[in-house]
Design a protein around this ligand. Structure first.
Ligand code: S3P
Length: 436
């Protein structure tokens, strides 16, 4: 599948974005481990999160779809999962693979996990190594650091204080979930605090969780109690419309009900630093803070991005690179080597593809430099099979002269199946059209 993009006259209107991917995964997993049912609304019905529901089904959890984005997860209880009778396929989803490894580390049976070509290349040792220290047995490719992996849990696991070398919410969450099965506290420290959805939701389900300046600690004992969860709109999906709204002349885009958890809002900070008119209104907080976001067309200027903000905008860097290409003056991004182990090597991918659109840019070991200010020219570009690359390049096509063709775009369904329909709703006539 390929998408042909032409610049719209402007993007104007109010659109909703689907539920947050990270929160959807966690709602389903904690619901499964709880006693009593969990009713979820706003669940993201995209491939990654549907894969998590399927994997829970394979572990004996009852999942019922009650309507669009509405699910009832029958709580199996902490001790109620069953040995799966087949391999658990995590598809493209790093969150599914790593969070399940944490849960399965506490189960007294064997499970085997695998994933698609991209996920089988991604590092799992960052999770399996500490889970091994806690007492789980993990065997698999590359010394147990690449899928497919087989895991047999132990009960109880040993408590641990783990200083993670990377800031990764997936690593942190895997260990906190395993901590529910430990015989003592599990504490995770990380260089900069990653998204905190797991610790917020664990506390909401009644787990004993403590957060301090050094890290997060789960103290086992007790049970999780099922509860209703509303999943906020995904800021990582809204990001494409925020950048498009800021970069396409004459635009004004409003998105209500978006999650604005401070561990996720780095993009808003950086866009503002770049001169973008991005506003928050109607703030609310029901466990996860939300707001209505509005982006208006703005003259953007280049900036420097690095340090602790990186983990707060890690998934938004491809589309931020597009904003940088539209800005006056250079933008430098550093401390972002983690981008090399995402669904694609996003540092290499985004700089290669923006180069085809005439952007002057240099890839660096842990980031990039984009000169900005040169008009983008339409060209044929590749998604590298990566959903966020595909959507970022479609946004680039909105500001490029002539026609841009983005190839290999079926991957958009990983996180945002309705992306094109929503984008076209903001334009007076369709600006991004599928060509098969
Ligand atoms: C996620 C954490 C981040 C992020 C990913 C979702 C999560 O990954 O990039 O899209 O839901 O915990 P890392 O933990 O690998 O940084």
């Amino acid at each position: 599948m390929r998408v042909v993009v032409r610049p719209p006259r402007a993007l104007r209107g109010t659109v909703e974005v689907p539920g947050d991917k990270s929160v959807s995964h966690r709602a389903a997993i904690l619901g499964a481990l709880a006693t009593g049912p969990t009713e979820i609304s706003g669940f993201l019905e995209a491939e990654d999160c549907l894969g998590t529901l399927r994997a829970l089904g394979a572990l004996g959890v009852e999942v019922t779809r009650k309507g669009p984005g509405q699910y009832r997860v029958g709580g199996a209880g902490l001790l109620g999962l069953q040995e799966p009778d087949n391999v658990l396929d995590c598809g493209n989803s790093g969150t599914t693979a790593r969070l399940f490894l944490g849960v399965l580390a506490g189960q007294p049976f064997w499970s085997v996990l695998t994933g698609d070509d991209s996920l089988r290349r991604r590092p799992m040792g960052r999770v399996t190594e500490p889970l091994g220290q806690m007492g789980a047995t993990v065997v698999g490719r590359s010394g147990g650091s690449r899928l497919p992996l087989a895991i047999r849990g132990a009960r109880p696991l040993g408590g641990i204080r783990y200083r993670s070398p990377v800031s990764s919410a997936q690593v942190k969450s895997a260990l906190l979930l395993a901590g529910l099965y430990a015989d003592g506290p599990v504490c995770v420290e990380e260089p900069a605090r990653s998204r905190d959805h797991t610790e917020r939701m664990l506390a909401g389900f009644g787990a004993r969780v403590a957060v301090d300046a050094r890290g997060v600690t789960v103290t086992p004992g007790g049970e999780l109690r099922g509860r209703p969860i509303h999943v906020p709109g995904d800021l990582s999906s809204a990001a494409f419309f925020l950048v498009a709204g800021a970069a396409v002349p004459g635009s004004e885009v409003t998105i209500p009900g978006v999650g604005v958890n401070p561990t996720r809002t780095g993009l808003l900070d950086v866009l503002r630093e770049m001169g973008a008119d991005v506003r928050l209104a109607a703030r609310a907080d029901a466990g996860e803070p939300t707001a209505t976001l509005t982006a208006r067309a703005s003259a953007l200027r280049g900036t420097r991005v690095g340090g602790s903000v990186i983990v707060r905008l890690i998934d938004e860097l491809p589309v931020l690179a597009v904003a940088a290409a539209c800005a006056a003056g250079p933008t430098e991004v550093g401390d972002a080597a983690e981008l090399r182990v995402k669904e694609s090597d996003r540092l290499h991918a985004i700089i290669s593809e923006l180069g085809k659109l005439g952007v002057r840019a240099e890839e660096r070991a842990d980031g990039f430099r984009i000169e900005g200010g040169t008009p983008l020219r339409g060209a044929v570009v590749q998604s590298w099979g990566d959903h966020r690359m595909a959507m970022a390049l479609i946004v680039a096509g909105l500001v490029a002269e002539g026609q841009t063709v983005v190839e290999d775009t079926a991957c958009v369904a990983t996180s945002y199946p309705e992306f094109l329909a929503t984008l076209n709703r903001l334009a007076s006539e369709p600006c991004a059209v599928v060509e098969s």
